[in-house]
Design a protein around this ligand. Sequence first.
Ligand code: 26V
Length: 823
Amino acid sequence: MYSKRFEKETFKEAVRENVRTLYRKNIAEASPQQIFQAVSYAVKDIIMDDWIATQKAYDEADAKAVYYMSMEFLMGRALGNNLINMTAYKEVKEALEEMDIDLNVVEDEEPDAALGNGGLGRLAACFLDSLSTLNYPAYGCGIRYRYGMFKQKIENGYQVETPDNWLKEGNPFELRREEYAKEVRFGGNVHFDKDPETGKDIFVQENYESVLAIPYDMPIVGYGNHVVNTLRVWDAKAITDFQLDAFDRGDYHKSVEQENLAKLIVDVLYPNDNHYAGKELRLKQQYFFISASLQTMLEKYKKKHSDVRKLYEKVAIQMNDTHPTVAVPELMRLLIDQEGLTWEEAWDVTTKTCAYTNHTIMSEALEKWPIDLFSRLLPRIYQIVQEIDRRFLIEVRAKYPGNEEKVRKMAILYDGQVRMAHMAIIAGYSVNGVAKLHTEILKHQELKDFYEMMPEKFNNKTNGITQRRFLLHGNQLLADWITNKIGDGWITDLAQIGKLKAYVDDEQARKEFMEIKYRNKVRLAAYIKKHNGIEVDPNSIFDVQVKRLHEYKRQLLNIMHVMYLYNQIKEHPEVSFYPRTFVFGAKAAAGYKRAKETIKLINSVADVVNNDRSINGKLKVVFIEDYRVSNAELLFAAADVSEQISTASKEASGTGNMKFMLNGAPTLGTMDGANVEIVDEVGIENAFIFGLSSEEVINYENHGGYNPTEIYFNDWEIKRVVDQLMDGTYANGNHEMYKDLYNSLLNTQCTDRPDTYFILKDFRSYADAQKKVEEAYKDKDRWSKMAMMNTASSGKFTSDRTIEEYVDDIWKLKKVFVKPVEE
Ligand code: 26V
C-alpha cells in the first residue's frame, strides 16, 4: 500500500474529521462541495510527507533540475489524478462507498484548473506528470490566473463567454508561500553609474513601479514512486509600504488603487490560442512570472553554490514557446547587474541554460513586441536585448559579408519590433519542434536562415501524452482490461501496450474490447442527454472532433461534410447509411469572428438534422458545451473515429490525436503533425488518410494559392453545400448569417487568399475517406482489429518517452529516488 493512511478506516476518519473541523458538520450534513474539500484535504495531507521528502532528497543529491517556464498549465482536475498516481484510487473509492459517498460525484465538484488554452498548455501538464513519474527534479513555473480559460455557454447556438472563477471555493491543492515573495520592477528609467566601492559600471533603475510576486505551490505527484515535484504559480500584490512617499503613506485610496493595478497582472489568461495581439498587459504577465521565477532559481542555486558561472551544471530552463523568452535578458540582467558577471561570462551561462520549444508555424502567432512598448515597460531589459542583437549581427555579417538581406531577416530588432523567436533561437542552446514533420518544416522553411547558421541547435521532440490521466483515469474499464491481459507495466512503460497486438486476432478479446468501447459510449450518451437533451444511439459511429476552434483545424470542413451527408440522405432515403453521431467540442477566441460563426453553424446544423424525423435518426450532431480536460476524458474513451483534419503543414503536432489512438479510435486525418508518426506506428491500413500533403500545400502557398471557384462550379454537390451557407437553410431564412464563412471560401475580395485552408480542395478526398470509415465500421471484425491495433500501437506517444528524450538530449538530468516516510 502507498501509505497506511489510505487504509479504509483511517482514511474515513480523516474525512470525517475534516468535515468537522472545516464546517462543523457530520458527513450526512455536508454538501457535495464540502465533501470534496474534506476528501481533498485528507489527500493533500498524505501528499505532504512525500513532498517534503522529495525536496529533501533533491537537496541532498544536489541534483540538476529543469525549470519548465510556461504561460500555461492546463492541469484539469487534481483529486482523481492524485489518487491514481498514489495508487489509492480504488481503496478510496471503496472507503467512500462505505460512507455512501460516490467518488465520481465528489470528483465532479472540482473545477478544472484551466490555466491554459489548448495543446501547448496541456502538453506542459502532461510533461509535469511524466517528470515526477520518471523521478526527475523539475519545477513548473507559471501564473496563478484569477480567471482561467473562459467558460463557454451556448445560447441560441452562439458561444457566450463567462468568467472562470475557479478559485471561488478555494483550491485545496495549493499552498500559499508568502515568505518566498519576490519583487518585480516595471518601467522607470535606467542610468549608468560607477559603483562607489568597486568602481565597476552599474545600471540603476529609478522611478519604477514594483509589484510583489507571491508564489503558490501545487504538488505534482509521480506514479507510485513518492516523488512530488512542484508547480509554482505566481500571484501579484502591490508593494504599499515603500515607493509611496511620506505624503502618500496613509493614502488608503492610493494603496487600494495600487493593489488593483498589481492584481490586474494575474487577472486573466489570454484566451487567444495562436493569435498574437501585442497587449501590454500580456508582456507584463510574461516578465512578472519570469523575473520572480528566475530570482527564486538563482537564490536556490546560491544556497549551495558560490560560482554562478556554473549555473548550467544545476539548472536547465525550458521556454515553452516564445512566451517566456524575456527569461534570456532577465537572466543576463541578474547575472550582470546583481551577480557582477561580465557580459561574456553572463552570455556563456545564459546560452548554456536556456532552451526553446517552438509550437507553431502560424505567422499570426509570432510574438513581435513594438520597441516603444517594450523599452518603456522594461528599460533595462531592452538595453540588454539591444546588446544581444548588436553582437549577434556582428556574427551574421562576419559569416555573410555584404549580405544585408540576411541581417534584416535574422535580427532581433527590426522594423520597430522585438522578435521574440529570434531571441529565443539566438540565445537558446536547443531549438526543438514538436513532431518530425514540424521540425523539418522549421528547419527548411520557417527558420531556414537560423538552421543554416546554427544547425547543431535544432532537434525534434515529438509530443506525447500521459497515459495515467487519459487511460488509467479517463477509461478505467479499458485500463483494467489491459492490465488483465498484459499486466500493469504499461502504466509507467507504455511501450508494453504493444503486447496487446498478440490479442488482435483473438475474437473473444476483440469482443471484450468493443464491449468496453460500447459502455464508454453509453456513458457519453448519458452525458449528452444530460447536457444537450439529445438522444444519441451508442450503436451509431461516434465521430469526434474536439480541439480549439481555428480555421486551420477545419471544423468547417467537418460540418460541411455533415451538410453534404444530410443532403444525400434526404435525396436518397433508400440508400443504406450507417447511423452516425458527429460530436464537436471547441472554444473560439472571443474576437475570432469566423470561428464563432462556425460554432453557430455547427449548432444550427445540429438543430435541423437532429429534429428531422424523416431521416430516422441516421444522423445526429452534438456540440459539447465548454470542452475542457475533465469532459475530454469521457470523449476520448467513447470515440470511434478521431478527426484530425488540419490543413497539412499547419498543425505542429496535435496531442488529442494521441489520446484518441490510446483509447482505440482510428485517425481520420491529413498527413500533418504527429498524424504522420501515428500512421508510421499503426500502419496506413489502420487509419483513414486524405487530402493534400504538406509539400503540396506549401507549393500552392508559394504560388499565390489555388482557385476554389473551379471546384465550386465543377462539383455540384460541393456547390450545393456552399450555397446552403447563403440560402438560409441553416439560418431560418437569414441570408447573411454565414456570409463571412462563405466569403472565406470563395470571395477574392477578402484580404486573405480565398479558401486559405484548402477546404474545398480537400473536400472530395475527405468525403471519400469518410465513406471508407463507414465501410470499415460495417465490418465488425475489421473495425475491432483496427481499433485494437490503434491502442496497441500507441506506445510511442507517451509523454514519458518525450521527457526521456528531452532529458537525454537537452536537460541532462539524473533520476532521484525518494524513500517513503516511515509511518
Ligand atoms: C499562442 C499565443 C500567441 C500569442 C497570444 C496568445 C497565445 C496563446 C497561446 C499560443 C499557443 C499557440 C501554440 C499552440 O498551442 N500550439 C500547439 O502546441 C501543441 C503542443 O505542442 C501542438 O500539439 C499543437 O499542434 C499546436 O497547435
